[in-house]
Design a protein around this ligand. Structure first.
Ligand SMILES: Cc1ncc(C[n+]2csc(CCOP(=O)(O)OP(=O)(O)O)c2C)c(N)n1
Ligand SMILES: [Mg+2]
Length: 594
């Protein structure tokens, strides 16, 4: 095949190999230095292109797609600060273990540190946040180097996925001409006929990826499984804790383990296990109210658990983290990446193993179930908590921010992809989102808990699924990523966006700083912004509702209709906090009187 120049040869070969490795979409941002990559991706018939004007939003969009699919969507940008704008999403991806592939364009090496325009030091730009970095050599029509390029594509995808997924960065240097302009065969940058010198593999690659990567699944040896099984069997009071994880313990394996052990399951809203058909099945007691009741005096008088099996990242719920910290017992943390991400330092055993394989192996071994009375305690606490919340919702006198999350989880269609923002929306979902049999795929950016890029991540997830997409966001998070709304039209995504507007950062009202003079001006930061004009600006329907009934109507209508609707509901942050406290107290009292 003839190529007009070496840049075209390289870019087309790289894209061809990525596609052979499973890539089917790309996020592109405009710029000159990245022209070879942009053209190669845009002209590939099997690649869906998402064009983003803002690289920061682009990277979060790719992050959202990867959260939903488990596969990386490569990112392309030009040189300079464009590449730096990927950084926040790279940090979130590394901390959450989400696949990402960054292709940053750069000048040829002699222009490094020369004052050349738009030239910055892009060497290891993202530091230790990437699983693998490669400063790519300059394109050349040379068989061995092209084999290296093909191998690099396979290696990048393998490094971004597998048991320790995360970002990979290839810094791609190109010399002019950047466009597919013909360069004479023998001139520098030209591709002579027969350049591959009979090396068919270099020139054409293989049928499929150049290197097929077989990734093993980390598994415990059987004596280790037996050791854990003995600890589990000898426990009267055990717990299964599922923390945030996009692609971790699956419902079937959870159910098998829950049935074998009889242990209650404390399911984080971001674990993908709080919602789904398994919730109603006989043996899996899926708990979702623990964020409220674990802090109850009554619970403090319960005996500690004897054993805890933990999956996924550290739970969102602070009361749960504290409960685990204070429990004097064996705590097994199952983490296939061996990341030691356990900031309360409560783990007694780290199991570097796949959660599903581990859960199945244990379910097969364990023959004795835990104490029924212990399980009933959790079941009763759940009943008490959810009755208190249902009563509060039914009374409809003082709707609060948490009520919105309770209603969104109750009324979201089956299936739905639900994205929740930091900081209060995810906490409210944790406390007020009742386990339900509907398939709700709940996602959030809890790796680094940024409020930047929330809208873009949500829309990226929405672009990768046929589910209705619902985003619940705070007002500062909405403000932070208004640029991300452009993807609605440009990337053909529809969403229901619930904007919980408490005019500033509600989270700070529950911190001790709330008592200080600088609280309003520097922490809560009320802005008084009218977000209504984002409707016209981004071609969406913006509506403001005043109460629970109006919210319910608008939400139901929106999830049933085409296009994007932003449903704004305004709250006084203080009143919402008071209501949270009051309801938490109410469920704690209900538990005490049982
Ligand atoms: C990029 C970034 N900047 C600052 C913070 C600190 N922060 C955490 S929550 C928060 C306020 C969020 O406000 P909003 O989105 O309105 O949600 P609310 O807490 O009011 O529910 C801030 C500023 C952060 N997490 N990320
Ligand atoms: Mg707010």
């Amino acid at each position: 095949m003839g190529y007009p120049n070496v840049n075209t040869l390289w870019a087309e070969t790289l894209v061809e190999e990525l596609v052979a490795g499973g890539v089917d979409a790309v996020c592109l941002s405009p710029g000159s230095r990245s022209t070879p990559l942009t053209v190669a991706f845009a002209e590939h018939p099997e690649v869906r292109t998402f064009s983003h004007l803002d690289e920061r939003s682009s990277a979060f969009f790719a992050l959202g797609r990867a959260r939903r699919t488990g596969k990386p969507t490569p990112l392309v940008c030009t040189s300079g600060t464009a590449a730096a704008n990927f950084h926040p999403a790279v940090i979130e991806a590394t901390q959450s273990g989400v696949p990402m592939l960054l292709l940053t364009a750069d000048r040829p090496p002699e222009l490094t540190d020369s004052g050349a325009n738009q030239t910055v030091d892009q060497e290891k730009l993202y530091g230790d946040a990437v699983r693998w970095y490669r400063d790519m050599p300059e394109p050349e029509a040379e068989p061995r180097t092209v084999r290296m390029l093909r191998t690099t594509a396979a290696r990048s995808l393998a490094a971004a996925t597998g048991s320790d997924p995360g970002p990979v960065h290839l810094n791609c240097r190109f010399r002019k001409p950047l466009e597919p302009t013909p360069v004479p065969d023998e001139a520098p940058g030209g591709v002579p006929d027969g350049w591959a010198d009979g090396d068919r593999l270099a020139a054409e690659g293989r049928d499929g990826p150049f290197v097929r990567t077989g990734q093993g699944t980390p598994e415990l040896p059987s004596d280790e499984v037996a050791r854990v099984a003995r600890a589990v069997e000898s426990a009267d009071r055990g717990l299964l804790v599922a923390g945030p994880d996009d692609d971790g313990l699956a419902p079937d394996e959870l159910e098998a383990l829950a049935s074998a052990t009889g242990f209650p399951v404390l399911a984080d809203p971001l674990s993908d296990l709080r919602f789904g058909p398994h919730v109603d099945r006989l043996d899996a007691l899926v708990c979702g109210g623990y964020d409220a009741y674990l802090g109850a005096d009554a619970v403090a008088s319960w005996a500690d658990p004897d054993v805890v099996l933990r999956f996924g990242a550290s739970p969102t719920s602070k009361p749960l983290r504290q409960y685990l910290r204070d429990a004097d017992c064996r705590q097994f943390v199952v983490d296939p990446a061996g990341g030691w991400t356990e900031a309360e330092f409560t783990a007694s055993d780290l199991l570097v193993a796949n959660p599903n394989v581990t859960a199945s192996a244990l379910a097969e071994r364990v023959t004795e179930r835990g104490d029924e009375a212990w399980r009933e305690r959790f079941a009763a606490a759940e009943r008490a908590h959810w009755t208190a919340i249902e009563d509060a919702l039914a009374s409809d006198d003082r709707y609060w921010e948490g009520g919105v999350l309770a209603d969104v989880t109750r009324f979201a269609p089956d299936p739905t992809t639900l994205f929740v923002s930091n900081s209060m929306p995810v906490r409210d979902l944790d406390r007020f989102g009742r386990p339900r049999t509907a398939n709700l795929t709940v996602l959030g950016n809890r790796g680094a808990s940024g409020i930047d890029g929330i809208t873009s991540t949500a829309l990226g997830a929405g672009s990768a699924t046929g589910d209705p997409l619902v985003l619940v966001t705070g007002d500062l998070a909405y403000y932070h990523d208004m640029n991300g709304l452009l993807a609605l039209g440009r990337c053909d995504v529809d969403a229901t966006i619930v904007l919980v507007n408490n005019d500033g950062g509600g989270i700070f009202g529950i911190l001790p700083i709330a008592e200080h003079d600088t609280f309003e001006s520097q922490f809560r930061t009320p802005h008084g912004l009218d977000f209504g004009p984002t409707g016209d600006l981004y071609g969406l329907e913006f509506c403001r509702v005043e109460n629970r009934a109006a919210f319910g109507d608008a939400f139901e209508k929106s999830v049933d209709s085409e296009g994007t609707q932003v449903i704004e509901i305004q709250f006084d942050a203080r009143a919402s906090h008071d209501r949270r406290e009051e309801l938490t107290e109410r469920s704690r009292r209900a538990i005490a009187t049982r």
